[in-house]
Write a protein that binds this ligand. Structure first.
Ligand code: CP
Ligand code: NVA
Length: 313
């Protein structure tokens, strides 16, 4: 049996990292996403009389709204809390917050800086904890991205995804997600901005059969790609480095030249928000805007599928 299939199912029903889920879990979530997109009112009573806490230490449009709408469409109530209202680690510690919230709500979604804060919440909480983005990972995003790829190409296995730009949270979760989904992945980043080695190692461990390439040459990475993917050069929390990063990343832009290195029918994905003229030209964005908005729409359908999978008893 393939190594990916031997991995155990979601630990404690958390989605703290993409490595929390098995290949089966991922495919189940993707299939559920497809069903829900086709029938948005499917399971509309699933969260009846249930509440879910959404904690945000960073700004959000897509993650917050798609979870809030998704929870409502499943019959539940979202309680959105700004991190500074509860001052995690200052007003009280993560353990107490996790224990108290577990007695009020059926799941906790959290967007914060430190991955270990989400891990701690997951450890102490008795309800599922979902990573809504940390400095290290963005699992909910990449699940929706894989679903989008499967919609466009009708399959996942054997595709090549090329990520160009900063080896950040999205890139790191993509590495793990592609490994789970049998998608070959090539990442082109400037030196010193590569994903952390541990994510490359984990991806190889999850699936030794896919091709994982890390290069400083975006053109090399784009060769044979079915999809080019990028994200902002400066992530939330790195604003002070913005000017420096604009120089370092200047040649890591998705533009017509780079696109011509990919497959003829290649698509372009962007998790948004986009900074047109930086990581992607306005022209390329415009050309692929319908698929990029489809990718954003799929966040809603995927959030519902993630909740259905994690909260299913
Ligand atoms: N892609 C994404 O997570 O968007 P937000 O930061 O707006 O939630
Ligand atoms: N890497 C970006 C992703 C935004 C969805 C950030 O962390 O700001």
């Amino acid at each position: 049996m393939a190594k990916t299939q031997k991995r155990k199912s979601i630990k404690k029903n958390n989605l703290v990292s993409m490595s929390d889920i098995s290949q089966d879990d991922l495919f189940q979530i993707i299939n559920l996403t497809k069903k829900i997109k086709a029938k948005p009112l499917l399971k509309s009573g699933f969260l009846k009389n249930k509440s879910i806490a959404l904690i945000f230490a960073k700004p959000s449009l897509r993650t917050r709204v798609s979870f809030e709408v998704g929870i409502r469409e499943l019959g539940g109530q979202a309680i959105t809390i700004k991190m500074d209202e509860i001052s995690v680690g200052i007003r009280e510690n993560v353990e107490d917050i996790a224990n108290v919230l577990s007695r009020y709500v059926s799941a906790i979604v959290i967007r914060t800086y430190e991955q270990n804060q989400i891990e701690d919440l997951g450890k102490f909480s008795s309800v599922p904890v979902i990573n809504g983005l940390s400095n290290e990972e963005h699992p909910c995003q990449v699940i929706a991205d894989l679903f989008t790829l499967s919609e466009v190409f009708g399959k996942l296995s054997g595709l090549k995804l090329t990520y160009v730009g900063d080896g950040n949270n999205v890139a790191q979760s993509l590495l793990l997600a592609c490994a789970l989904a049998n998608v070959n992945i090539s990442i082109a980043c400037p030196k010193k901005y590569e994903p952390k080695l541990i994510f490359l190692e984990k991806a190889k461990e999850i699936n030794p059969r896919i091709k994982i390439e890390l290069t400083n040459d975006p053109r090399l990475a784009a060769k044979g790609a079915n999809a080019l993917y990028t994200d902002v050069w400066t992530s939330m929390g790195q604003e002070k480095e913005q000017e420096k990063r604009k120089k370092i990343f200047a040649s890591y832009q998705i533009n017509d030249g780079l696109l011509s290195c990919a497959n003829k029918n290649a698509i372009v994905l962007h998790c948004l928000p986009a900074h047109k003229g930086q990581e992607i030209t306005g022209k390329v964005f415009e050309r692929f805007s319908s698929i990029i908005y489809q990718q954003a729409e799929n966040r809603l359908h995927a959030q519902k599928a993630i909740l259905l999978k994690l909260l299913d008893k």
